[in-house]
Ligand binder design. Sequence first.
Ligand code: 13P
Length: 336
Amino acid sequence: MHRETARTMVAPGKGILAMDESNGTCNRRFAALGIDQTEEQRRRYRQLLVTTPGLGEHVAGAILYDETIRQTTDDGTPMPRALEDAGVLPGIKVDTGAKELAGHPGEQVTEGLDGLRERLDEYRTLGARFAKWRAVISIGDDRPSRGCVEANAHALARYAALCQEAGITPIVEPEVLMEGDHGLRTCAAVTRRVLDRVFAELRAQRVDLAGIVLKPNMVLPGCDSDERPSPAEIARATVETLGEVVPPNVPGIAFLSGGQSDLDATVRLDAMNRIFPNAPWALTFSFGRALQRTALQAWGGDPTKVEDAQRRLRHRLRVNAAAARGAYDPRMDEAA
Ligand code: 13P
């Protein structure tokens, strides 16, 4: 069951909409735009996303947050049902966040394993077909440490095994952050090291690799680096790094956007699919910010702007779905 769901999640020309911001993160994005930070505004915004016309044409899944999976649209339809009706698999973020890792200043470990079996059972009854757990790894002086990489990889593997036991497909997300002045090669080396450990732990916990979706960072220079690699250079560094450590039976790799601009994320995904049309895994998107940014700004909490916001989301979905086939044309964005 988890294998079939994994294949569906990365079906050709489709990606995943990450809309699982925690209340804290969602509120911060609302505050920056002067939107009320209430449960009702968060519900209205998530309703806007899940009821976007044609959502299912370009995304195979959408990741929800605990609050959202329990909410309904205006007509009383549970959010997961609204997604199913649109032909989109509902997913759920199940980690409880990244916390300071004891003994490792500046590093974090993602928590949420305690009681996870029971929570997964409940999420399944609420309609979740897949789950997500995000580990964060930072690059800096002596970072990432061995302790940080091992703790996060172990937790990801324990989470993935519990998901598969529950018939839920795990998205395995080890994110190497963009913050820092490191270069592309450093990011490549750290990403390789982290993924190597993640796959060792997944195997040790007997996770079926054909029944997961990997959600990594693209291999990029840090935000404060002077390097300006081309989309083709980033695409090569990313796919070659992944090729060294990701087994070919993993059905799909769905990238996070991680703070890249909307256009950068799209163009780089497109370059990967153009340069590596025969990669062993599907190469697609599971973007949060790079899909939602323009829609959230257009909405701004104003009920009369819902359609405009949905048009903008639909546009980013369409261009990224094209990039997932290596068929993005910059004129698609010029015309928008
Ligand atoms: P971004 O694409 O905004 O990085 O979000 C993806 C995500 O799900 C992070 O966990």
